[in-house]
Design a protein around this ligand. Sequence first.
Ligand code: GDD
Ligand code: MG
Length: 398
Amino acid sequence: MRIESPRYTERFGSVRINDVQKVLELDSGKAKELPLSENIVARKIEENVIKDLEEKMAIIIPTKDEKLKLFEGVISGVPHECLIIVVSNSQRKRVDRFRMERDTLSQFCYFTRRQALIFHQKDPILAQALAEAGYTDLLGGDELVRDGKAEGMVAAMFMAMIAKKEYVGFIDADNYFPGSVWEYARCYAAGFSMANSPYAMVRILWHYKPKISGGIYFRRWGRVSEVTNRCMNSLISVKTGFETEIIKTGNAGEHAMSLKLAEILPYASSYAVEPQELVSIFEGFGGVLPMAHSTAAKHGVEVFQIETRNPHLHEERGEQHLEGMLLPSLGTIYHSPLCEEETKQMILNELLQRNVLKKPDGEPPQPHLSAPPRNIDLPKFTQVMKEHMESYSALEEK
Ligand code: GDD
Ligand code: MG
């Protein structure tokens, strides 16, 4: 594929945040010797480079009671070389939707000769393996993994660690366009191919997010993202003393990380998860607070923001849902030790304007954080899980 070269990079301590890079060509043709200057404006990323990276990547698909047709479309869009890991929190009573997902995935794997893993978030074996491996942050009062996409994401990261992958990418299961799923995975690979640090993150920015109301309207920005980005940019601007608009993907649900980076970040619950990743990177490597990890600080943490060509169309969940996203999102910024009074005030004003705060003198909630995945005793977790791994594998050897 061909993508704009990283033209502008902002530095915040040892964090390098690259400005948005657009996909120019989904398919850039055969590999050819190019004059060096060709790569200055646009980067041609050869198919074999993309495939090599995809081979090292797990695509994690969180799902909860999504339409089976959507799920089927999403898995069909994941490039062949990637390992699919489905983490489901779908209902098992009345109608066993999890079983339907597993059967769909098994059939897909059988016909496409590929491997995949699928597990249920509420599986007691998973909870037991986590507890025995000393990682109890995901567990709730019933001693099972709590509900939530974020909790599912972390559990699936452990599976990617067992599978010895080097990269993890997240793609929601409620996506209507298999072609956009395919593009996300390629963008993840393209981002990692440009990274100079093994501690890298790629966040997707949608070109358009269509809304259907009478006709079809191609929206440029999500309503929540706009506010999150503004407040996160304020957090950086106040600290560095230079105004910036560099963050354009504060809420990016579609994003990927090298496992080296993924393992050293804490994760917030609910819609706080994606903004918290950035906030934690700023806290851990921005140079204002003590460095969270000396090797990562030495290499630097690199963030790419890539704008796709396919529009993003997913399940519409209504206005109240948007409010439910804004509070936890802004809570990550508000409660960061990096957040100065000016940004706090900006956040409160945004929330008051939208009537989202319950009390006029209230605050957004403090994020609930799970420890970085590297805190787990991985050999122990692997040992408990491996005994049951066969039932998680969706590859049918027929
Ligand atoms: N495993 C698991 N467990 N998956 C879940 C759960 C759960 O408890 N709850 C939701 N999911 C799945 C959904 O089925 C879907 O595939 C995905 O997680 C995202 O959930 P949505 O409900 O579709 O989220 P959204 O569309 O409002 O928000 C998306 O975009 C936001 C940024 O714009 C998500 O990706 C957010 O995480 C993101 O912040
Ligand atoms: Mg969605």
